[in-house]
Design a protein. Structure first.
Length: 378
């Protein structure tokens, strides 16, 4: 059989976590429309059955990573370390590119996808593609900011390419979200990217429509080395349950709040009491007595940086925190297959994103070490 690690790399919001989930067939990583949703590397384990005359069976360990961006805070630096770690142990790399983005630039939002025709701005030329506001074109200040914007995006691309240059493994280019663009728009983007890097292959996909995923899996299996499984056959991810639970709570925060709050929030599980009786198999439809399901008790702290953010997270009369808790609880119940009692509280930790010590304490790998250490101490 074949086996190996496949690192999923790309700019923020490229669609990395959505692809991971589509390939794993389950929600392994949280997904939102906001950039920098993913903060840690996350493995999703995919078993591929042998196809006679095509390829042998395989276990592919996909590793989702935070979006590549030049770091400014300690949190950013931690995310970059996660990317480097994912690149250290990999047999193959996928560079995901949002197919709706313009050449040399970042993505445009779904609502801005051009309808059709040569009038569709900027997919081919480098001249007219800037998404900065067009009012006042000609004014020197606007021209300058447009230039800066373009230079900045190009340099973020360059930053990504610098991470893969010199890797001694195959790197595939994977344009994703192709459900949002037409072929005539996709080809020039692929062309431009192929000029910047010598990719071992190009496989366009839509994670949302599950388009191209079979081809992607086949090409990956063909490129992977012979080897045995890294994880048991039925294991889906390397994340412990309590981290997935923390992520589901963070996902609700990302969805329920705006401005700085999502980026300044972190979730730490303080208590996780599994039921003494294991959860029974999923209930049959119409089967009565859902109350008999065992109960998991979870307490979590939501960290933010300022009193104002705390007030937003709590909301009027606690309404926001309640909405976050209710939404998260439903997701956690379906993940765990138990009823869940979820207790949330908000803690202000000024400037935590600038504290390397605090940022590292959020890392579940570090948290596991600490939990193991605490146990030994008992
Ligand atoms: N239409 C469409 N949207 C997608 C696709 N893949 C991801 N998205 C959306 O793009 C946004 C960012 O996705 P996410 O997976 O979190 O990106 P990441 O930051 O690279 O992990 C989310 O709103 C997704 O729903 C796709 O194949 N088609
Ligand atoms: Mg992500």
């Amino acid at each position: 059989m074949r086996s190996g690690f496949v690192a999923i790399l790309g700019r923020p919001n490229a669609g990395k976590s959505t692809l991971l989930n589509a390939l794993a067939g389950e929600k392994v990583a949280i997904v939102t429309a906001k950039p920098q949703t993913t903060r840690n590397r996350i493995a999703g384990v995919v078993e591929v059955a042998a196809r006679k005359g095509v390829h042998p069976s395989a276990q592919i360990v996909f590793v989702d990573t935070p979006g590549v961006h030049r770091p400014s805070s300690q949190l950013d630096r931690q995310m970059l370390r996660e990317i480097h770690e994912a690149l250290e142990t990999r047999d193959l790399v996928l560079v995901l590119v949002d197919a709706t983005r313009r050449i040399g630039l970042g993505p445009i939002s779904e609502s801005q996808v051009p309808e059709s025709g040569p009038g569709a701005p900027g997919f081919v030329s480098h001249g007219s593609e800037s998404p900065v506001p067009t009012q006042g074109t000609g004014a020197p200040g606007v021209e300058k900011s447009r230039e800066d914007h373009r230079a900045n995006r190009a340099s973020e691309d360059e930053f990504l390419f610098s991470l893969i240059r010199g890797l001694d493994c195959p790197v595939f280019l994977v344009p994703t979200k192709i459900d949002l663009v037409r072929k005539e728009q996709l080809l020039p983007l692929i062309d431009a990217l192929q000029k910047q890097y010598d990719f071992a292959g190009t496989i366009p996909v839509s994670a949302r429509k599950r388009d191209g995923l079979d081809v992607l899996l086949r090409k990956i299996v063909e490129a992977l080395p012979q080897g045995e499984r890294y994880y048991p056959k039925d294991q889906l991810t390397d994340q412990p349950m309590r981290f997935m639970v923390a992520e589901l709570i963070r996902e609700r925060i990302l969805v329920e709040t705006g401005e700085e709050v999502p980026y300044a929030s972190a979730v730490v599980i303080e208590r996780f009491e599994e039921p003494e009786t294991p959860p029974s198999p999923p209930r049959k439809k119409n089967a009565a007595e859902p109350a008999k399901l065992p109960l998991t008790r979870i307490a979590a702290a939501i960290y933010c940086e300022r009193e104002g953010q705390k007030a937003i997270l709590i909301g009027k009369g606690g309404a926001k925190l309640k909405a976050i808790g209710t939404g998260a609880r439903r997701q956690i119940e379906s993940l765990l297959g138990t009823r869940v009692y979820l207790e949330l509280h908000v803690i202000v930790e000024p400037e935590w994103r600038e504290s390397r010590r605090f940022v590292e304490s959020l890392d579940w790998r570090k948290q596991l070490e600490k939990l193991a250490g605490d146990d030994e101490g008992l």
